[in-house]
Write a protein that binds this ligand. Structure first.
Ligand code: FNR
Length: 377
Protein backbone atom coordinates (compact mmCIF):
# COMPACT_ATOMS: atom_id res chain seq x y z
CA UNK A 1 0.00 0.00 0.00
CA UNK A 2 1.57 3.26 -1.08
CA UNK A 3 -0.75 5.56 0.88
CA UNK A 4 1.30 5.98 4.05
CA UNK A 5 0.88 9.63 5.04
CA UNK A 6 -0.70 12.98 4.21
CA UNK A 7 1.68 13.72 1.34
CA UNK A 8 0.82 10.39 -0.30
CA UNK A 9 -2.91 11.04 -0.02
CA UNK A 10 -2.44 14.53 -1.43
CA UNK A 11 -0.32 13.35 -4.36
CA UNK A 12 -2.85 10.70 -5.40
CA UNK A 13 -5.87 12.98 -4.77
CA UNK A 14 -4.33 15.53 -7.11
CA UNK A 15 -4.47 12.95 -9.92
CA UNK A 16 -8.02 11.75 -9.24
CA UNK A 17 -9.91 14.91 -8.35
CA UNK A 18 -10.58 17.62 -10.98
CA UNK A 19 -8.18 20.50 -10.75
CA UNK A 20 -10.71 23.11 -9.66
CA UNK A 21 -11.98 20.87 -6.84
CA UNK A 22 -8.48 19.86 -5.73
CA UNK A 23 -7.37 23.50 -5.68
CA UNK A 24 -10.46 24.45 -3.68
CA UNK A 25 -9.42 21.93 -1.01
CA UNK A 26 -5.66 22.36 -1.16
CA UNK A 27 -5.40 26.13 -1.54
CA UNK A 28 -5.14 28.95 0.95
CA UNK A 29 -5.53 32.71 0.75
CA UNK A 30 -3.18 35.27 -0.80
CA UNK A 31 0.38 34.04 -1.31
CA UNK A 32 -0.47 30.95 0.77
CA UNK A 33 2.43 31.73 3.11
CA UNK A 34 -0.04 31.35 6.01
CA UNK A 35 -1.04 27.90 4.80
CA UNK A 36 2.59 26.78 4.51
CA UNK A 37 3.37 28.27 7.92
CA UNK A 38 0.44 26.47 9.58
CA UNK A 39 2.16 23.15 8.86
CA UNK A 40 5.77 24.37 9.18
CA UNK A 41 5.07 25.64 12.70
CA UNK A 42 4.05 22.11 13.75
CA UNK A 43 7.18 20.68 12.14
CA UNK A 44 9.47 23.18 13.89
CA UNK A 45 8.46 22.00 17.35
CA UNK A 46 10.98 19.52 18.78
CA UNK A 47 10.09 17.15 21.59
CA UNK A 48 12.18 15.67 24.39
CA UNK A 49 11.54 11.94 24.87
CA UNK A 50 11.70 10.47 28.36
CA UNK A 51 12.95 6.89 28.29
CA UNK A 52 12.83 3.95 30.73
CA UNK A 53 9.06 3.95 30.99
CA UNK A 54 6.95 0.85 30.36
CA UNK A 55 4.83 1.83 27.35
CA UNK A 56 3.24 -1.58 26.60
CA UNK A 57 -0.19 -0.06 27.16
CA UNK A 58 -0.78 3.37 25.63
CA UNK A 59 -4.24 4.93 26.01
CA UNK A 60 -5.23 7.67 23.55
CA UNK A 61 -8.90 7.89 24.52
CA UNK A 62 -10.20 11.14 25.92
CA UNK A 63 -13.31 12.97 27.00
CA UNK A 64 -14.76 16.02 25.28
CA UNK A 65 -18.13 17.70 25.91
CA UNK A 66 -19.42 14.74 27.87
CA UNK A 67 -18.40 12.06 25.33
CA UNK A 68 -15.64 9.51 25.64
CA UNK A 69 -13.85 9.36 22.27
CA UNK A 70 -11.32 6.77 21.09
CA UNK A 71 -8.93 9.50 19.92
CA UNK A 72 -8.24 13.17 20.71
CA UNK A 73 -8.90 14.17 17.10
CA UNK A 74 -11.86 14.46 14.77
CA UNK A 75 -13.16 15.83 11.47
CA UNK A 76 -13.34 19.62 11.12
CA UNK A 77 -16.34 21.13 9.31
CA UNK A 78 -15.83 21.61 5.58
CA UNK A 79 -18.15 23.23 3.08
CA UNK A 80 -18.78 21.92 -0.43
CA UNK A 81 -17.21 18.55 0.33
CA UNK A 82 -19.36 16.96 -2.37
CA UNK A 83 -17.15 18.74 -4.88
CA UNK A 84 -14.09 16.77 -3.74
CA UNK A 85 -15.91 13.46 -3.86
CA UNK A 86 -19.66 12.81 -3.97
CA UNK A 87 -21.10 11.43 -0.73
CA UNK A 88 -18.24 12.76 1.39
CA UNK A 89 -20.33 14.24 4.24
CA UNK A 90 -22.10 10.95 4.80
CA UNK A 91 -18.87 8.97 4.64
CA UNK A 92 -17.25 11.28 7.21
CA UNK A 93 -20.27 10.98 9.51
CA UNK A 94 -20.38 7.17 9.31
CA UNK A 95 -16.63 6.72 9.69
CA UNK A 96 -16.71 9.02 12.72
CA UNK A 97 -19.28 6.72 14.33
CA UNK A 98 -17.29 3.59 13.43
CA UNK A 99 -14.04 4.96 14.77
CA UNK A 100 -15.69 6.80 17.69
CA UNK A 101 -14.29 10.22 16.87
CA UNK A 102 -16.25 13.47 16.41
CA UNK A 103 -17.54 14.82 13.10
CA UNK A 104 -18.76 18.36 12.60
CA UNK A 105 -21.08 19.10 9.68
CA UNK A 106 -20.70 22.53 8.05
CA UNK A 107 -23.57 24.93 7.33
CA UNK A 108 -22.15 24.92 3.78
CA UNK A 109 -22.20 21.10 3.57
CA UNK A 110 -23.62 19.29 0.57
CA UNK A 111 -25.83 17.05 2.74
CA UNK A 112 -28.50 18.28 5.19
CA UNK A 113 -27.99 18.08 8.93
CA UNK A 114 -31.28 16.17 9.07
CA UNK A 115 -29.91 13.39 6.82
CA UNK A 116 -26.57 13.31 8.64
CA UNK A 117 -28.19 13.22 12.07
CA UNK A 118 -30.42 10.32 11.04
CA UNK A 119 -27.53 8.35 9.55
CA UNK A 120 -25.16 8.93 12.45
CA UNK A 121 -27.69 8.38 15.22
CA UNK A 122 -27.13 11.95 16.45
CA UNK A 123 -23.36 11.49 16.69
CA UNK A 124 -22.42 14.46 14.42
CA UNK A 125 -22.10 18.04 15.65
CA UNK A 126 -22.90 21.19 13.65
CA UNK A 127 -20.93 24.25 12.56
CA UNK A 128 -22.84 27.48 12.08
CA UNK A 129 -22.07 30.29 9.66
CA UNK A 130 -24.24 33.06 11.05
CA UNK A 131 -26.42 34.25 8.18
CA UNK A 132 -26.93 37.97 7.60
CA UNK A 133 -30.67 37.45 7.81
CA UNK A 134 -31.48 36.90 11.49
CA UNK A 135 -34.55 34.79 10.70
CA UNK A 136 -32.39 32.40 8.63
CA UNK A 137 -29.74 32.15 11.35
CA UNK A 138 -32.39 31.47 14.00
CA UNK A 139 -34.15 28.89 11.88
CA UNK A 140 -30.92 26.95 11.31
CA UNK A 141 -30.18 27.00 15.04
CA UNK A 142 -33.71 25.81 15.83
CA UNK A 143 -33.49 22.97 13.26
CA UNK A 144 -30.23 21.79 14.78
CA UNK A 145 -31.69 22.11 18.28
CA UNK A 146 -34.75 20.03 17.36
CA UNK A 147 -32.44 17.28 16.10
CA UNK A 148 -30.84 17.18 19.54
CA UNK A 149 -27.34 17.95 18.23
CA UNK A 150 -25.06 18.24 21.27
CA UNK A 151 -22.52 20.85 20.22
CA UNK A 152 -22.78 23.95 18.02
CA UNK A 153 -19.57 25.44 16.62
CA UNK A 154 -19.97 29.10 15.66
CA UNK A 155 -17.32 30.12 13.12
CA UNK A 156 -16.16 33.69 13.70
CA UNK A 157 -13.18 34.05 11.36
CA UNK A 158 -15.08 34.66 8.13
CA UNK A 159 -16.33 38.28 8.41
CA UNK A 160 -15.49 38.29 4.69
CA UNK A 161 -14.09 35.37 2.72
CA UNK A 162 -10.31 35.24 2.31
CA UNK A 163 -9.02 35.95 -1.20
CA UNK A 164 -8.27 32.48 -2.58
CA UNK A 165 -6.37 33.07 -5.75
CA UNK A 166 -6.56 29.51 -7.07
CA UNK A 167 -10.35 29.60 -6.91
CA UNK A 168 -10.43 32.97 -8.66
CA UNK A 169 -8.11 31.71 -11.42
CA UNK A 170 -10.11 28.49 -11.83
CA UNK A 171 -13.39 30.42 -11.97
CA UNK A 172 -14.82 28.27 -9.15
CA UNK A 173 -18.53 29.01 -8.76
CA UNK A 174 -21.69 27.06 -8.09
CA UNK A 175 -23.13 25.87 -10.33
CA UNK A 176 -19.93 24.90 -12.15
CA UNK A 177 -19.51 27.14 -15.17
CA UNK A 178 -19.10 25.17 -18.40
CA UNK A 179 -15.81 25.91 -20.17
CA UNK A 180 -13.35 24.11 -22.41
CA UNK A 181 -10.87 24.03 -19.53
CA UNK A 182 -13.38 22.38 -17.21
CA UNK A 183 -14.34 19.87 -19.92
CA UNK A 184 -10.69 18.87 -20.41
CA UNK A 185 -10.20 18.71 -16.63
CA UNK A 186 -13.21 16.43 -16.18
CA UNK A 187 -12.37 14.21 -19.14
CA UNK A 188 -9.19 13.20 -17.34
CA UNK A 189 -11.03 12.17 -14.14
CA UNK A 190 -13.52 9.48 -15.23
CA UNK A 191 -14.05 7.91 -11.78
CA UNK A 192 -14.91 11.32 -10.27
CA UNK A 193 -17.33 12.01 -13.14
CA UNK A 194 -18.95 8.58 -12.73
CA UNK A 195 -19.40 9.15 -8.98
CA UNK A 196 -20.88 12.59 -9.63
CA UNK A 197 -23.23 11.23 -12.27
CA UNK A 198 -24.57 8.77 -9.67
CA UNK A 199 -25.07 11.34 -6.93
CA UNK A 200 -25.94 14.58 -8.77
CA UNK A 201 -24.22 17.97 -8.65
CA UNK A 202 -23.09 19.26 -5.22
CA UNK A 203 -25.56 21.67 -3.62
CA UNK A 204 -25.63 23.77 -0.46
CA UNK A 205 -28.20 21.43 1.00
CA UNK A 206 -28.69 23.10 4.41
CA UNK A 207 -29.41 26.49 2.90
CA UNK A 208 -31.50 25.79 -0.18
CA UNK A 209 -34.80 26.06 1.59
CA UNK A 210 -34.17 29.72 2.45
CA UNK A 211 -33.87 30.79 -1.19
CA UNK A 212 -36.76 31.44 -3.56
CA UNK A 213 -37.88 27.96 -4.71
CA UNK A 214 -38.13 29.28 -8.28
CA UNK A 215 -34.52 30.55 -8.22
CA UNK A 216 -32.15 29.26 -10.84
CA UNK A 217 -28.91 27.67 -9.64
CA UNK A 218 -27.11 30.95 -10.41
CA UNK A 219 -29.64 33.02 -8.43
CA UNK A 220 -29.34 30.57 -5.57
CA UNK A 221 -25.56 30.99 -5.53
CA UNK A 222 -25.97 34.77 -5.52
CA UNK A 223 -28.44 34.52 -2.60
CA UNK A 224 -25.98 32.38 -0.65
CA UNK A 225 -23.23 34.94 -1.20
CA UNK A 226 -25.42 37.67 0.33
CA UNK A 227 -25.97 35.47 3.37
CA UNK A 228 -22.35 35.47 4.49
CA UNK A 229 -22.21 37.96 7.28
CA UNK A 230 -19.71 40.65 8.20
CA UNK A 231 -22.06 41.62 11.00
CA UNK A 232 -21.19 38.90 13.46
CA UNK A 233 -20.11 40.72 16.61
CA UNK A 234 -20.30 40.09 20.36
CA UNK A 235 -23.96 41.15 20.51
CA UNK A 236 -24.90 38.58 17.83
CA UNK A 237 -22.84 35.90 19.55
CA UNK A 238 -24.48 36.64 22.92
CA UNK A 239 -27.91 36.41 21.31
CA UNK A 240 -26.96 33.01 19.90
CA UNK A 241 -25.65 31.91 23.26
CA UNK A 242 -29.07 32.66 24.77
CA UNK A 243 -30.92 30.84 22.00
CA UNK A 244 -28.79 27.68 21.85
CA UNK A 245 -29.42 25.45 24.89
CA UNK A 246 -26.45 23.09 24.76
CA UNK A 247 -22.66 23.33 24.26
CA UNK A 248 -21.51 26.29 22.17
CA UNK A 249 -17.94 26.48 20.87
CA UNK A 250 -16.39 29.53 19.21
CA UNK A 251 -14.33 28.45 16.17
CA UNK A 252 -11.63 30.55 14.58
CA UNK A 253 -9.76 32.26 17.42
CA UNK A 254 -6.09 33.29 17.51
CA UNK A 255 -6.23 36.05 20.12
CA UNK A 256 -5.98 35.31 23.88
CA UNK A 257 -8.27 38.26 24.63
CA UNK A 258 -10.99 36.99 22.29
CA UNK A 259 -10.66 33.50 23.78
CA UNK A 260 -10.98 34.86 27.35
CA UNK A 261 -13.99 36.99 26.41
CA UNK A 262 -15.65 34.01 24.70
CA UNK A 263 -15.30 32.08 27.93
CA UNK A 264 -16.76 34.98 29.96
CA UNK A 265 -19.64 35.25 27.50
CA UNK A 266 -20.60 31.66 28.26
CA UNK A 267 -18.94 29.68 25.50
CA UNK A 268 -18.12 26.07 26.39
CA UNK A 269 -14.90 25.95 24.38
CA UNK A 270 -12.88 27.54 21.61
CA UNK A 271 -11.17 26.30 18.45
CA UNK A 272 -7.78 27.90 17.84
CA UNK A 273 -7.68 28.08 14.05
CA UNK A 274 -6.48 29.95 10.98
CA UNK A 275 -9.30 28.31 9.02
CA UNK A 276 -6.60 26.19 7.41
CA UNK A 277 -4.69 29.23 6.11
CA UNK A 278 -7.71 30.35 4.08
CA UNK A 279 -8.54 33.64 5.81
CA UNK A 280 -5.88 36.14 7.01
CA UNK A 281 -2.78 35.01 5.11
CA UNK A 282 -0.42 36.70 7.61
CA UNK A 283 -2.10 35.20 10.67
CA UNK A 284 0.03 33.54 13.36
CA UNK A 285 0.01 29.72 13.05
CA UNK A 286 -2.55 28.18 15.40
CA UNK A 287 0.03 25.97 17.15
CA UNK A 288 2.01 29.14 17.95
CA UNK A 289 -1.10 30.99 19.16
CA UNK A 290 -2.07 28.09 21.42
CA UNK A 291 0.09 28.57 24.56
CA UNK A 292 -1.08 32.17 25.18
CA UNK A 293 -4.69 31.16 24.62
CA UNK A 294 -4.38 28.29 27.09
CA UNK A 295 -2.88 30.71 29.61
CA UNK A 296 -5.74 33.18 29.04
CA UNK A 297 -8.59 30.69 29.57
CA UNK A 298 -7.04 28.61 32.35
CA UNK A 299 -6.30 24.90 32.59
CA UNK A 300 -9.83 23.47 32.60
CA UNK A 301 -11.53 25.24 29.71
CA UNK A 302 -11.86 23.09 26.53
CA UNK A 303 -9.42 24.30 23.86
CA UNK A 304 -9.46 22.64 20.45
CA UNK A 305 -7.03 23.39 17.65
CA UNK A 306 -6.94 22.96 13.90
CA UNK A 307 -5.02 24.19 10.84
CA UNK A 308 -1.95 22.26 9.77
CA UNK A 309 -2.60 18.97 11.60
CA UNK A 310 -1.23 16.33 9.24
CA UNK A 311 -0.26 13.40 11.53
CA UNK A 312 -0.62 11.83 14.95
CA UNK A 313 2.67 13.43 15.88
CA UNK A 314 1.10 16.84 15.25
CA UNK A 315 -1.83 15.89 17.48
CA UNK A 316 0.63 14.97 20.26
CA UNK A 317 2.41 18.32 19.83
CA UNK A 318 -0.89 20.20 20.03
CA UNK A 319 -1.79 18.46 23.30
CA UNK A 320 1.70 18.96 24.72
CA UNK A 321 1.30 22.67 24.01
CA UNK A 322 -2.03 22.91 25.81
CA UNK A 323 -4.82 21.75 23.50
CA UNK A 324 -7.43 19.20 24.59
CA UNK A 325 -8.31 18.09 21.13
CA UNK A 326 -7.33 18.51 17.46
CA UNK A 327 -9.47 18.75 14.33
CA UNK A 328 -8.39 17.92 10.78
CA UNK A 329 -9.86 19.44 7.64
CA UNK A 330 -7.77 18.58 4.61
CA UNK A 331 -6.33 15.26 5.80
CA UNK A 332 -9.58 13.24 5.71
CA UNK A 333 -10.61 14.91 2.46
CA UNK A 334 -7.31 14.15 0.75
CA UNK A 335 -7.70 10.53 1.87
CA UNK A 336 -11.17 10.41 0.33
CA UNK A 337 -10.03 12.10 -2.88
CA UNK A 338 -7.13 9.68 -3.21
CA UNK A 339 -9.25 6.60 -2.85
CA UNK A 340 -12.82 7.42 -3.78
CA UNK A 341 -13.65 7.08 -0.11
CA UNK A 342 -12.08 3.76 0.82
CA UNK A 343 -8.95 5.42 2.22
CA UNK A 344 -10.73 7.44 4.91
CA UNK A 345 -10.76 4.75 7.60
CA UNK A 346 -7.16 3.91 6.69
CA UNK A 347 -6.15 7.56 7.18
CA UNK A 348 -7.87 7.71 10.59
CA UNK A 349 -6.14 4.50 11.66
CA UNK A 350 -2.78 5.83 10.49
CA UNK A 351 -3.16 9.03 12.50
CA UNK A 352 -4.25 6.98 15.53
CA UNK A 353 -1.29 4.62 15.14
CA UNK A 354 1.13 7.52 14.70
CA UNK A 355 -0.25 9.18 17.83
CA UNK A 356 0.09 6.02 19.96
CA UNK A 357 3.59 5.45 18.59
CA UNK A 358 4.58 9.06 19.37
CA UNK A 359 3.35 8.69 22.95
CA UNK A 360 5.35 5.48 23.34
CA UNK A 361 8.46 7.11 21.88
CA UNK A 362 8.01 10.02 24.28
CA UNK A 363 7.72 7.65 27.23
CA UNK A 364 4.12 8.52 28.14
CA UNK A 365 1.14 6.19 28.37
CA UNK A 366 -1.82 8.59 28.32
CA UNK A 367 -2.70 12.01 26.96
CA UNK A 368 -2.74 13.74 30.36
CA UNK A 369 1.00 13.03 30.69
CA UNK A 370 1.72 15.21 27.63
CA UNK A 371 2.74 18.73 28.57
CA UNK A 372 5.11 21.64 27.95
CA UNK A 373 7.88 19.78 29.83
CA UNK A 374 8.24 17.55 26.73
CA UNK A 375 8.56 20.50 24.34
CA UNK A 376 12.06 21.86 23.62
CA UNK A 377 11.73 25.65 23.81
C1 FNR B 1 -12.77 24.70 5.48
N1 FNR B 1 -13.03 25.20 6.75
C2 FNR B 1 -14.33 25.49 7.12
N2 FNR B 1 -14.59 25.92 8.39
C3 FNR B 1 -15.85 26.16 8.78
O1 FNR B 1 -16.06 26.54 9.94
N3 FNR B 1 -16.90 25.99 7.91
C4 FNR B 1 -16.71 25.58 6.62
O2 FNR B 1 -17.65 25.42 5.85
C5 FNR B 1 -15.37 25.35 6.20
N4 FNR B 1 -15.11 24.95 4.91
C6 FNR B 1 -13.84 24.58 4.55
C7 FNR B 1 -13.60 24.06 3.29
C8 FNR B 1 -12.33 23.62 2.94
C9 FNR B 1 -12.08 23.02 1.60
C10 FNR B 1 -11.26 23.72 3.88
C11 FNR B 1 -9.89 23.22 3.55
C12 FNR B 1 -11.49 24.27 5.13
C13 FNR B 1 -11.97 25.26 7.75
C14 FNR B 1 -11.87 23.93 8.50
O3 FNR B 1 -12.96 23.72 9.36
C15 FNR B 1 -10.60 23.86 9.36
O4 FNR B 1 -10.52 25.00 10.17
C16 FNR B 1 -9.33 23.74 8.50
O5 FNR B 1 -9.55 22.93 7.37
C17 FNR B 1 -8.21 23.17 9.34
O6 FNR B 1 -7.03 23.16 8.63
P1 FNR B 1 -6.42 21.86 7.88
O7 FNR B 1 -6.63 20.67 8.77
O8 FNR B 1 -7.18 21.75 6.60
O9 FNR B 1 -5.00 22.26 7.69
Amino acid sequence: MDLTCYDDFRRVARRRVPRLAFDYLDGGSGTEAGLVESVAAFERIRLIPESLVNVDQVDTSCELFGHRFAQPFGFAPLGLTGLIWPGTDMLLAKTAVERNIPHILSTAATTTIEDISRASGGHSWFQLYVARDEAVADDIVDRVDQLGVDVLFVTVDVPVPGRRLRDIRNGLKLPLQPSLRLAVDLARRPSWCAALARSGAPRLANLERYADPAATAGQLAAFMATQSSGRLDWAVLERLRKRWPRKLVVKGILSPQVAARSKEMGADGVVVSTHGGRQLNSAIASIDALPAIRAAVGPDFPVLIDSGVRSGEHVAKAIARGADFALMGRLPLMAIGASGGKGLALAVDQVADDLARTLALLGVTSLDQLGPHLVAS
